[in-house]
Design a binder for this molecule. Structure first.
Ligand SMILES: [Zn+2]
Ligand SMILES: [Zn+2]
Length: 64
């Protein structure tokens, strides 16, 4: 198996909302403003994926 070609360097992630390349220390997307800070669900304390609007564990809406 070969590694698939990646458009962006591995240390620079892309915005989950708009796919804009992000700086390693970015806390918000410079293009769309989505928060890039990892959060925990207020109901079940599960970690919520960056850019997610609902907890993947219990389904409660996550405040942005
Ligand atoms: Zn964005
Ligand atoms: Zn939850």
């Amino acid at each position: 198996m070969r590694e698939p070609a990646c458009a962006a360097p591995p240390d620079i992630a892309s915005c989950p909302a708009c796919a804009e390349p992000l700086l390693p220390n970015a806390r918000f997307c410079a293009k769309c403003g989505v928060s890039l800070t990892p959060r925990a669900c207020a109901a079940c304390q599960a970690s919520v994926a960056i850019g997610a609007r609902f907890c993947s564990s219990c389904g409660v809406a996550v405040a942005s």
